[in-house]
Design a protein around this ligand. Sequence first.
Ligand code: ADE
Ligand code: ZN
Length: 340
Amino acid sequence: MESHELVQLIQGIPKAELHLHIEGSFEPELMFEIAKRNNIALDYDSVESLKKAYKFNNLQEFLDIYYIGAQVLIHEQDFFDLTWAYLTKVHSQNVVHVEVFFDPQTHTDRGVPFEVVINGIYKALEKGQQELNISFKLIMSYLRHLSEESAFKTLESSLPFKDWVDGVGLDSSELGNPPSKFANVFKASAQHGYKLVAHAGEEGPSEYIWEALDLLKVVRIDHGNRCLNDNALVERLVHEKMALTLCPLSNVALKVIQKMEDHPVVTMLDKGLLATIHSDDPAYFGGYMNENYYETARALQLTKDQLEQLAVNAFEASWLSRETKDNHIAEVKQYFKGLN
Ligand code: ADE
Ligand code: ZN
């Protein structure tokens, strides 16, 4: 297929985004604009010099820059603008459903109140639902480099906004911070009605995926690349129809893999795993949903059937109702039928 045909094909697929950190969608241009109006000096003198710093050898090198960028977010309007910019961008890519992570502790630890953060994000998501017809879920992520006690405080802060928060996640520095560290707060989160997901097996070993399943009782694994080292784990994930929310451009940018051609998504589909494709931190890793689909499809020569499967899997793995999932899946199938 010619590359412009592939671009067009991917553009037309109705897509669901299930692995997106809203702070990771912070484009340098908007970062500079918000820094200026908040009178905050960035360490970089231009968008270009900031972008030049976006070269990472591992997850931690990325996180160090990502947390610095987030420091310019102070007011509700800042969080609103960040979220609205993301929604308008993905609307142009035919993304029709999003499940968005935010990292409360990145902001509350700087003195920005939880309600300021969530009000800005939630109001933009509601506007996106009304004006762009993008449905949404909101996931609050605990930072795993911090203590479980700090996660408990975050859980407490979220309770007045319980109706707005659909689930909790676990992100940040994986190595040395196993899921077991957060078993109690995940249990308490479930008792408050939150759904559970966790990043596992991005840089960390397959044991962390077992822990996320057995100790945290998650309903999806974010990344999960490392499961392929462990046949018994793969069997379990297939049997439980456990989704793995993969982020191919992220994996290349953070050197989880050396090059896109090495990405495990085809191997995973062949093994019957519920693999899905998402963008993680699109402002830092070179692309949103369409670019992730495109770069993966090109490097791995994905077939139309595989692209269809990936798009269907994302709706299947979403937290939409059975009926709404089925409607989206029917649309995806209809779209691919119309291509032939
Ligand atoms: N926070 C934002 N992006 C992340 C990633 N890819 N892994 C862990 N924590 C993150
Ligand atoms: Zn992530």
